[in-house]
Design a binder for this molecule. Structure first.
Ligand code: ATP
Ligand code: FE
Length: 359
């Protein structure tokens, strides 16, 4: 199977071609191309993604992006078996642009259309990169999301818990802004934290005292604001050391919460007695060094394989959409020209919506 995938749900316009020898599973999965046109420069001066600007840029760039992906893969539409496209969740203008483009390609080339849940794309990536067998535990931790999922099948996920407010990536970005560091905040805070003392400030570990896998990160951000203002009150500004210590303290608090909640999610997952137990991470925050190290240690201690796909496949891309499309297409998913773009689409409403309106 050869699948063309399109992604346009946030600020990356992406297209990719993925091929797999077998019908299902990850045997011989190959990324023939993965093209990403980032929009960061367009939004930089606004301090965040502007939905209207994003939608226009997607509409302008999608065609070129698809052409580039087909060229790079050395295939034509005639070599493809289906077109997969992110149909949500995301910024609705961008999702619409992608869905429209995919419909045009499908109608023009006579190819089947498959609508993909963006979160399923992230959650299925470890099957593309590492051939993980179901069921595996996934920590999806990005700029907009933070949740634990048990992946049972391409169209079946159990959500064990997640953030009740901010996503950690968002908190990293806000913390970077508070400390006067650049964007994206994650890498900036991580770099700054290297020279810092994580124990200097007493920062909260929200919801650790409560059972379950839910998390909260907005209080942590407020605590950073408070400690920062205290430092400023003392010496009229932030010293190099203040900045490093605040960054280190913040990063350690996030990692502590994520690791403890992962421990609990692992308990629930391992009670299913999976034959080949595995913990996978995806999303931009999965790039964080100390977090990766802590999760590696945790997984090893429980006899669980730990998988972290390469960063370019952890952040938004279309290879994951093509792959999720490939898996659901192989399972029989087809969508019609009535495929809708959805701003919200929780992953755990499972089968019916993911397999689309054509069923
Ligand atoms: P979503 O996929 O949920 O819609 P998104 O597309 O904004 O959100 P990603 O592209 O997966 O999210 O990840 C971007 C986020 O990852 C940013 O918030 C960024 O600060 C964070 N991030 C990137 N690198 C690191 C790092 N080394 N440490 C911590 N956070 C990081
Ligand atoms: Fe994403």
């Amino acid at each position: 199977l050869t699948i063309l995938g399109l992604e346009s749900s946030c600020d990356d316009t992406a297209a990719a071609v993925v091929r797999c020898g077998g019908n299902t599973g990850a045997d011989g999965a190959q990324i023939l191309s993965s093209v990403v046109y980032g929009q960061a420069a367009l939004h930089a001066s606004f301090g965040g993604v502007v939905p209207e600007i994003a939608a226009r840029a997607h509409a302008e760039k999608l065609d070129h992006c698809v052409e580039a992906a087909l060229d790079e893969a050395g295939v034509t539409l005639a070599d493809c078996d289906a077109v997969a496209v992110t149909a949500g969740p995301g910024l609705i203008g961008g999702v619409l642009a992608g869905v429209m483009c995919a419909k045009g390609i499908a109608a023009g080339a006579g190819l089947p259309l498959v609508g993909v849940n963006h979160l399923a794309g992230h959650a299925l990536t470890p099957r593309l990169t590492d051939g993980l067998a179901f069921p595996y535990l996934m920590l999806l931790v990005s700029g907009g999301h933070c949740q634990f999922l048990i992946a049972h099948a391409p169209d079946r996920f159990d959500r064990l818990g997640g953030t009740i407010d901010d996503a950690p990536g968002e908190a990293f970005d806000k913390t970077a802004r508070l400390l006067g560091l650049g964007q994206p905040g994650g890498p900036a805070v991580e770099a700054e934290a290297q020279a810092g003392d994580p124990a200097r400030f007493a920062l909260p570990r929200p919801l650790l005292d409560r059972p379950g896998c839910d998390m909260s990160f907005s209080g942590l951000k407020t605590a950073i604001l408070r400690e920062r203002d205290r430092c400023i009150a003392v010496h009229g500004g932030l010293t190099r050391q203040d900045r490093a210590d605040l960054a280190a303290g913040f990063q350690a608090a996030v990692a502590d919460v994520l690791v403890e909640k992962t421990r609990r999610a692992l308990d629930q997952y391992l009670s299913l007695a999976p034959a080949a137990p595995a913990l996978a991470v995806a999303g931009g925050v999965a790039a964080n060094g100390p977090l990766r190290t802590a999760l590696t240690v945790l997984a090893a201690g429980r006899g669980v394989r730990f998988v972290a796909p390469p960063l370019r496949l952890c952040t938004d891309n279309a290879a994951m959409i093509a792959w999720a499309g490939l898996e659901t297409y192989a399972a029989g998913a087809r969508d019609g020209m009535d495929l809708a773009a959805r701003p919200r689409w929780p992953l755990d409403t499972t089968r019916a919506p993911l397999l689309g309106s054509g069923r």
